[in-house]
Design a protein around this ligand. Structure first.
Ligand SMILES: [Fe+2]
Ligand SMILES: [Fe+2]
Length: 308
């Protein structure tokens, strides 16, 4: 699944990563490219036993995830705008490996939802936030570049972890419905490609974190706290849609416990890096708060729909 957050652009190169991190990332990207070519859309078996039931149970999930997967095309435009001169391995990753894989995830899900009688995906491939240009100006200051890159990696970590968990739940749910063909030939192959993305961002985030100074770390935490959003949720409507995704995946059906566990998994890496000194805290508060808001918006919408 896609999704980026960057707050400024590069002018010239920042400090280089320690060789071991750079080398690990390069090797990782090469392996991902070799072992995980984009999944051909025609390779899947879209046979469904009860498409209407599938659409009712998981329609909001397919709609949301196909959109977010296809919006990576816009995410790369945003990256090019904001990071015109990123480390070569980052560009190789997102342009040559991540982008084509994610787009194919979107195409597979879109084919599935169309065949299940749902409307086609409607990704927004063009609107870039004004803040990108404003914050891009800050990129002239190289110490700020590192802060932005760190935010990009942390967003990647949380996004890919969300995707892994969502595809796990979707896979289980489809099997439970008796939809073996699409579970094993659409969702399972997509799910296999997400951990490689997660690992990339995790290695990159851990590597860069060790190079940041105190005020940079403080700024990363502060910005993260104020800008965290669930993957693909840029508007209030999309927050509610994300809440509906959690509902349909059963994440929020057992009340607060499921939501907290989901937040803990999404926030684990940044909890360890950014907030390790806050003993007793198990998940960054802003992660669980944002998921809670999304769940609340979705619940309000369900009540409104039921009453209308
Ligand atoms: Fe994906
Ligand atoms: Fe991904």
């Amino acid at each position: 699944m896609g999704g980026i957050f960057v707050i400024k652009g590069f002018k010239g190169r920042g400090r280089r990563r320690p060789f071991s991190v750079e080398a690990r990332l390069a090797e990782h990207v090469d392996r991902l490219g070799e072992e995980h070519p984009p999944i051909p859309v025609d390779s899947a078996d879209y046979t469904m036993a009860r498409p209407e039931l599938l659409a009712r149970a998981f329609g909001p999930v397919l709609t949301y995830m196909s959109r977010v997967e296809l919006e990576v095309e816009r995410n790369v435009l945003e990256l090019n705008l904001l990071l015109p001169d990123p480390p070569a391995v980052d560009r190789h990753f997102y342009a040559d490996v991540w982008l084509p894989q994610e787009i194919h995830h979107g195409l597979l899900l879109d084919r599935l939802q169309s065949l299940a009688g749902l409307p086609p995906a409607d990704p927004d491939l063009t609107s870039m936030a004004f803040s990108y240009r404003v914050l891009g100006a800050l990129g002239r200051w190289s110490a700020v570049q590192d802060v932005s890159r760190m935010l990009y990696y942390l967003t990647g970590v949380a996004t890919e972890q969300s995707a892994i968990l969502a595809y796990n739940k979707l896979h289980q749910g489809l099997l439970h419905l008796g939809e073996r063909a699409v579970a094993t030939t659409v969702v399972a192959p997509i799910r296999r490609q997400e951990p490689g993305h997660f690992a990339y961002y995790k290695i990159a985030a851990q590597g860069l974190w060790t190079e940041l100074t105190g005020w940079q770390k403080w700024l990363v935490g502060t910005l993260r706290r104020h800008t965290f959003e669930p993957v693909g949720a840029y508007t209030k409507k999309q927050w509610a849609e994300f809440g509906a995704v959690m509902h349909h995946l059963g994440i929020t059906t057992d009340g607060e416990g499921g939501l907290t566990r989901y937040a803990q998994q999404i926030g684990r890496v940044e909890m360890e890096l950014l907030w390790a000194m806050r003993r007793g805290l198990r998940v960054p508060t802003y992660v669980v708060d944002s998921l809670r808001s999304a769940a609340r918006l979705a619940a309000a919408e369900r009540v409104a729909t039921a009453g209308s």
